[in-house]
Design a protein around this ligand. Structure first.
Ligand SMILES: [Zn+2]
Ligand SMILES: [Zn+2]
Length: 364
């Protein structure tokens, strides 16, 4: 191994540059990760735009997958991994001692005064290498990680992020059960992952909505197990869900559309009386035309969903390792780290004539 790591540093909104950092010394409780790939998702674009409220300069990249390059004896014992093992690293660095951590809700930890996370910790916090847009990443003692089989291609293994989200948001949080009807708004990587999760959970009808230009994503949703797909530009999605459910509405509605406030009142209208609505797509602006009385009269359960935890990632990794789904169809491209900016724009649909579902950045 060398003694430095190249990393992409964000110095402000829409400003990325490559820099070189010295590799940190590793003690008993921490480790060094040699990145294989770093997945990117919609949050990467929001961060790139400056919508995440992150301090600069920062190395982005919150979906890292790599090989343990160096590890301290205590860390190896705690995490149950050794040098050479492949690990998936969770984004959050929970304190382990606050009320949230002790109750198992470590995603909500504010124990160190703020949320501490990979991809969002500025480089002035030592040892700087806190993000996945790099050759190497520092593994802090608070890291939560998962061992992943090396039999899977890295760009598929890194799908533990969207798949974990699908499992938590579309199944675990709403309590999706055998035979339930689930409506999933948005056919991006999170929507497709939700389809897989619902199918694993034994859902009856799985309905996915998308735009006309999402045709190939909707086709893939059907391949993964969606029973119905709706093009919202040619069909009223609320009406369509009513027809599919015999006017009853969906047991569970999961909104994973980003920048689309109109999806929230639609989700409320699609849910059955007593149903559950999960909101997981960030809108970055207020939702207008929301008649909250409908939540009362239908006695809906509204559930916000932010991130994933151990309970979501573990089954996600097992599903990926099983090879049960043609996940390679969901992975669009692997791109060089130095093309991070283009990759982020491409994934966000900002490159004319190109569409992508999932992109991974490769540092070598
Ligand atoms: Zn992400
Ligand atoms: Zn905590």
């Amino acid at each position: 191994m060398g003694s430095t790591s190249v990393a992409i540093v964000q110095t402000g909104p829409r400003k990325l540059e490559a820099r070189e950092f010295p590799l940190p010394e590793i003690g008993a409780e921490d480790a060094l990760l040699k990145l294989e790939v770093c997945g990117i998702c919609g949050s990467d674009y929001e961060q790139y735009e400056g919508a995440m409220g992150v301090s600069y300069p920062v190395i982005p990249g919150h979906e890292p997958l790599g090989i343990i390059d160096k590890i301290g004896a205590l860390a190896a014992k705690r995490w149950g991994v050794a040098e050479g093992d492949r690990v998936a690293v969770e984004v959050l660095l929970p304190c382990g001692f606050c009320t949230q951590c002790l109750s198992g809700a470590y995603r909500l930890c504010m124990g160190k005064g703020r949320m501490s996370a990979y991809g969002y910790t500025p480089i002035d916090v030592k040892p700087a290498l806190w993000g996945g847009y790099a050759q190497y990443m520092y593994l802090d003692p608070h890291t939560v990680l998962h061992k992943v089989s090396k039999s899977v291609a890295p760009e598929l293994a890194v799908l533990f992020n969207p798949l974990g989200a699908g499992i938590r948001w579309a199944v675990q949080l709403p309590g999706t059960n055998i035979g339930d009807t689930v409506a999933i708004l948005g056919p991006g990587q999170r929507g497709l992952a939700s389809v897989i999760a619902c199918r694993e959970a034994g859902a009856g009808k799985i309905i996915v909505t998308g735009l006309a230009r999402d045709r190939h994503k909707l086709a893939l949703a059907a391949e993964f197990g969606a029973t119905h797909t709706i093009d919202v530009e040619s069909q009223d999605p609320v009406q369509a869900v009513r027809e599919i459910t015999g006017d009853k509405g969906a047991d569970v509605v999961v909104d994973v559309t980003s920048y689309s406030p109109a999806a929230v009142p639609q989700a409320i209208d699609m849910a059955r009386r007593g149903g559950t609505v999960v909101l997981a797509g960030v809108k970055t602006r207020p939702v207008k035309e929301l008649l909250s009385d409908k939540i009362i009269f239908k006695e809906l359960r509204m559930q916000g969903a932010l991130g994933v935890d151990f309970r979501g990632y573990e089954p996600a990794i097992r599903i990926i390792e099983s090879g049960r789904y043609p996940l390679e169809k969901m992975h669009t491209r692997t791109m060089p780290l130095l093309e991070a900016e283009r990759a982020i724009n491409l994934l966000a649909g900002k490159v004319a004539g190109e569409e992508a579902i999932h992109i991974a950045l490769k540092p070598y």
